[in-house]
Design a protein around this ligand. Structure first.
Ligand SMILES: [Mn+2]
Length: 294
């Protein structure tokens, strides 16, 4: 493992501006944490643009050691590169920028780990990955199917992101877990064309992970797959979700997969004054780092 550089003598004052344990050295990092502060197409309650920074800030409340995995963030070389500067209100141009940035990190051999932001941001990252990596699979963990063709006439919508990904990759390469909300048409499409595991996450994911072998996988998690009891700070909270414990175990069952990209989206801190959403998000990111970036 490369020598970590985040314990330099003058680096003791954690600024809160980076995810806890980030190195200072892009070249040494095997993974890049980056923010996508966008909520231009959020259909209900806005605020996800502030997710990335608050997840970083509350990460200081976590231990760097994971007892589940018996691993410490010291063993993961990752660089929190900050937020991609996105043009307010321009979904198309924002996606182009995300694709360009994520493409650069993929070309440099890094594992991109994105913080959202509304779910549409994932399309930019998936475009970058799909252009470089043949036979890419998507693991999509979300309360919502996100399989609309358009929302209010707009195909670039956070509620249509997985449909757009299905056009790009073919729906049989998409694995959906935890979905409990959508239109009749979305559910019909999912049952017919994607690998669809509604309501449940951990048990079907365990089976799918065992079957995927070495296939390259992009993992996208919408925080609203959690029950609003665990994560109320999200734009379209949906009752009947999974526990934070099941979410964390679900990260762990993906250990051994060939994960080539990851994101956690739809954290809207202004909607959760208790901060539990931001805090569970930071823990998911820590466990994802220790599972995918080591
Ligand atoms: Mn969702």
């Amino acid at each position: 493992m490369t020598e970590k550089s985040h314990r330099e003598p003058f680096d003791f004052a954690y600024s809160g501006r980076t995810f806890i344990g980030s190195t200072n050295d892009y070249d040494l990092a095997s993974a890049v944490i980056y923010g996508m502060p966008m909520d231009w197409t959020t259909s209900f309650r806005a605020g996800a643009r502030l997710g990335p920074q608050r997840i970083r800030e509350v990460s200081i409340g976590l231990e760097e050691y994971s007892p589940y995995l018996d691993r410490h963030l010291e063993a993961a070389a990752y660089f929190d590169i900050g937020d991609i500067p996105l043009p307010f209100g321009h979904a198309g141009r924002s996606l182009e920028l995300i694709e360009r940035y994520v493409g650069r990190w993929l070309d440099d051999g890094k594992l991109p780990m994105g913080l959202g932001g509304e779910h549409l941001v994932t399309l930019g990252a998936i475009r970058a990955a799909a252009n470089r990596i043949p036979d890419l699979k998507i693991i999509h963990i979300d309360a919502h199917a996100d399989l609309r063709d358009e929302y209010e006439g707009e195909a670039l919508s956070h509620s249509a992101v997985i449909k757009q990904a299905a056009h790009l990759l073919k729906p049989e390469n998409i694995y959906q877990f935890g979905v409990r909300s959508g239109t009749r048409e979305e559910f019909a499409y999912a049952r017919a064309y994607t690998n669809f595991y509604p309501y449940e996450v951990l048990n079907p994911l365990r089976k799918v992970a065992a079957a995927l072998g070495d296939a390259p996988v992009y993992v996208t998690i919408d925080i609203d797959v959690l029950d609003p009891a665990f994560a109320p700070g999200t734009g379209t909270a949906e009752a009947g979700g999974i526990t934070s414990r099941e979410m964390i175990e679900s990260i762990h069952v993906m250990q051994g997969l060939n994960v080539v990209g990851f994101d956690l989206v739809e954290v809207a801190p202004v909607l959760d004054p208790t901060e539990r959403t931001q805090i569970v998000a930071a823990k998911i990111v820590r466990e994802a780092l220790l599972t995918f970036a080591i």
